[in-house]
Design a protein around this ligand. Sequence first.
Ligand code: PBG
Length: 349
Amino acid sequence: MDITKRPRRLRSDGVRPLVSETALSPSDLIAPVFVDATADERVPIESMPGHERVPVEGIAERVREVRETGVEAVMLFGIPEEKDERGTRAWADNGVVQRALRRISEETDAYVITDLCFCEYTSHGHCGILTSEAREGWEELRSSDGIEEGAEEDPHMTVDNDATLELIERTALSQAEAGADMIAPSGMMDGMVATIRDTLDREGFTEVPIMSYAVKYESAFYGPFRDAADGAPSFGDRRHYQMDPANRREAIREARLDAEQGADALMVKPALPYLDIVRDVRETTDLPVAAYNVSGEYAMLHAAAGKGWLDLEAVAAESLLSIKRAGADLILTYFAESVAETLSADHRT
Ligand code: PBG
């Protein structure tokens, strides 16, 4: 046989790194952290091994731990002391995220991105203000405590888009005032990016970038996060505002719209089941593309590794590499710290 073309020649130990097409570095990673106004001490999150809800007093310490692994940026999620129908604590000057932001910026040099959404702050768990029909439906549900009958009548168009924009505006401003370095709206309201850009610019925060959760699917992979942040909807689901997993062209439309509205970076979420979409968005925009390797993706690998079926360190690194290969520049991941540690250890050998 005459085999002149032998790809295996480039796979020897010496040459492999030279021809490697994709590299993962700790500086690509963003670690999500949870600050909890109701906690006096760290509370482990059962479905996300290694992650905890941290009290405000301990948040700077938590962020320092992240930084020691080589990861420089965190995404901050808050669990408020109380919830109400409008999610008031999301924009309170002494809200949990605002207090945490002040501490982190006083005590660390971390780059802090804030998730901007209302599902952790509203008593109904939806990502904004309910429409009056939805509110009636919800009240009926609560008074009849008959989940079965009521739940079927999932009130159409649960969240009032335009009324929610006003709260997004207040929350973005309050996060910027408390020291957020970047704002990441995740509620999938139409017009959210334009609204935030307008507000920030008007109030003098022209240098604060917006990373939009532009392409966010209505995904069952968020399950563990909703337990962690206590943000599951108490009725209905998020289909009226999050995207249908069946849709691909719509992702491109969402990405374009957010870019036009002034987003500085675009996110696709979840990551692994949507790598085709990461690639599509990469090819649609010249903005940085982020991908969110979500809680369910993390929990799944941990569960299999716990059974001894997978090598956790290896599958975590391979997953993140594949997200980069698909076209993401930044990756939000619960594996940030452990993978960054592995990467730095590899580097030293
Ligand atoms: C909304 C938000 C969610 C996640 C990040 N931001 C939950 C949701 O949309 O239900 C999920 C992240 C994950 O699963 O890791 N505030």
